[in-house]
Structure formats: structure tokens, C-alpha cells
Design a protein around this ligand. Structure first.
Ligand SMILES: [Zn+2]
Ligand SMILES: [Zn+2]
Ligand SMILES: [Zn+2]
Length: 160
């Protein structure tokens, strides 16, 4: 079976490259948006980039290097708001968790393939799916603001 490397990379892949690419993209986007990529915002994003799965706010607070400061959940929530507003992080409502965007290029809709066995998550952005959802919603008189879809199943590594 062909494993979709782009979406579900091999566990032994060079993950530092994923992290660096994510941080570089964030720096570029913040510059374009004239937004400040502060050390806290950077740290929160890096914690999310370290994994190809989602993390809850509590996990992030635990993983932060607080230095001499007292840990403050508000710092993490504000950073997450900022990162989401700039299209760098998505909230997965079904899991009350956050995931780093895998193709940050401004605010966008997305579909998430969530493996229920290993928790790996891949983000796809299929325009056809997006248009289909928008068209179906329009029939119901519903205006789609952001088509986010969370799809559960088995990833290629778990033998879907
Ligand atoms: Zn990686
Ligand atoms: Zn995204
Ligand atoms: Zn899996």
C-alpha cells in the first residue's frame, strides 16, 4: 500500500525540518500582517509543531518553558487566539485541542483526517470539498464562514 508521505509522514522522517518550515512560515506571515511574533507566541507554535497531532491548552501550558515566570494559562490562550487569527493554528472542536496549520497561507477552511488509533492528524485543503460544503449549506440558507471538517478514521500507518 502506498503511504501518503506528504500527509502522514513516516515516524522516522526529519521532523526538525517540519518544525523549522512551520516557524519560518509563521515569521513571514506575521511580517506580512504586521503582527508581532513574540517569544510566547513562538513557543506555543513550536510546541504544536513538535507533533503531528493535536494538543490541548493544558498540555501546552505544561510544555511551556516558563523560566522565572509563574505559569499563566492566559498567556497560552492569548497566544493561541493570535495564532488562530493569523491562520497558523486551528482549533479542533471535537477534541477541544489545537493543531499547527500544515500549510499556513492566511485564514482558510480545512479538512482534518484524524486517526483514532495513533492520534496523527493530517490537514487537507480540498477546494472541491469546500465548494461542495458551501453549496450544500447554501441550499439550507446557511452562510459558511469557514468550512472546517473533522473526519475520524485510520491513517495509512495504522492500516486504514
Ligand atoms: Zn514532521
Ligand atoms: Zn491550515
Ligand atoms: Zn494512525
Amino acid at each position: 500500500m502506498d503511504i501518503d508521505v506528504a500527509h502522514f509522514p513516516d515516524p522516522k522522517h526529519d521532523h526538525r525540518a517540519c518544525i523549522d518550515a512551520g516557524l519560518e512560515a509563521a515569521e513571514r506571515i506575521c511580517q506580512e500582517n504586521a503582527a508581532r511574533f513574540t517569544p510566547d507566541r513562538r513557543q506555543v507554535l513550536e510546541i504544536l509543531l513538535r507533533r503531528h497531532s493535536a494538543a490541548g491548552a493544558y498540555d501546552i501550558i505544561e510544555s511551556m518553558d516558563w523560566g522565572d515566570r509563574k505559569r499563566a494559562s492566559s498567556v497560552v490562550y492569548r497566544a493561541l487566539d493570535f495564532l488562530a487569527e493569523n491562520g497558523l493554528v486551528h482549533k479542533l472542536h471535537s477534541r477541544n485541542a489545537f493543531i499547527a496549520c500544515s500549510h499556513p497561507d492566511g485564514v482558510h477552511g480545512a479538512q482534518f483526517l484524524i486517526c483514532t488509533r495513533c492520534d496523527r492528524i493530517a490537514e487537507i485543503a480540498d477546494r472541491k470539498v469546500e465548494r461542495g460544503v458551501i453549496a450544500a449549506a447554501r441550499v439550507a440558507g446557511f452562510t459558511v464562514r469557514r468550512p472546517m471538517i473533522e473526519i475520524e478514521g485510520l491513517c495509512p500507518h495504522c492500516g486504514g
